[in-house]
Design a protein around this ligand. Structure first.
Ligand code: CA
Length: 234
């Protein structure tokens, strides 16, 4: 059965455009125009596979809905993509505090949203059962052997760099804030040293050479490993 998307958006034209295009792309959609309606839907027996969530709603804030989704066991695993205005608290939205999986800034192209939804659903359905070998464009990784190659040339990576690359690659197509990377790669949750992440990503990119472009910088937010080796910027 095709994946179902819950669109939580109070602006009717935006909701309609999203629903129309997502359905054309083969998804089923439901629209909730208020936060309360959305929360009501999430109490139903059938849950959506992904939630597109507007940050600014007339009643309950999108961030609050996302927090509730994350703190409720039966909805915790549903990917949430936040629709935000540019610069609107993005680091908080995708960080620990709110916990969205990704975001799209308004005004967005509907095509971009559909691509993002597809990328996230692919990821959440395949949750990488740590295959021992991954190939991604010019990059090849041997997870068991902790080795990596770009265009057949073996990289000399530190254990930390390998873990950083592995983490980014396994979550490709999804934004990772510095805070999340610190927690998951360095096993520490310190706000003091997010610059550490930048330093290591920079060094890792240099070592990756041509494959360094797979790691995209989202200014003020964090990093995202590309969903596909080719750039999809249109
Ligand atoms: Ca709105």
């Amino acid at each position: 059965m095709s994946a179902s998307i819950l669109i939580v958006e109070d602006e009717r034209e935006i909701a309609d455009a999203l629903a129309y295009n997502l359905e054309n792309a083969g998804y089923r959609t439901t629209v909730a125009e208020t936060g309360e309606t959305a929360l009501e839907q999430l109490r139903q027996q059938t849950l959506p596979d992904l939630i597109l969530l507007d940050l600014m709603l007339p009643d309950v804030q999108g961030t609050e809905i996302c927090r509730q989704v994350r703190s409720t066991p039966r909805t915790r695993g549903i990917p949430v993509v936040m629709l935000t205005a540019k610069g609107e608290e993005i680091d908080r939205v995708v960080g620990f505090e709110v916990g969205a999986d990704d975001y799209v800034t308004k005004p967005f192209s509907v095509r971009e949203v559909v691509l993002r939804v597809g990328a996230i659903l692919r990821r959440s359905h395949t949750e990488e059962p740590a295959k021992s070998d991954t190939e991604f464009g010019a990059l090849r990784m041997d997870h068991d052997g902790h080795r990596a190659w770009v265009e057949g040339r073996e990289l000399s990576l530190t254990a930390l760099e390998f873990r950083l690359l592995d983490t980014l690659l396994s979550r490709r197509g999804r934004v990772q804030t510095r805070e999340v990377l610190l927690e998951d790669v360095w096993n520490m949750s310190s706000e003091l040293t997010t610059r550490t992440v930048d330093t290591h990503v920079k060094r890792l990119r240099q070592k990756l050479g041509s494959a360094g472009a797979y790691i995209e910088t989202l200014r003020g937010v964090g990093y995202r490993f590309r969903d596909r080796p080719e750039s999809t910027d249109a």
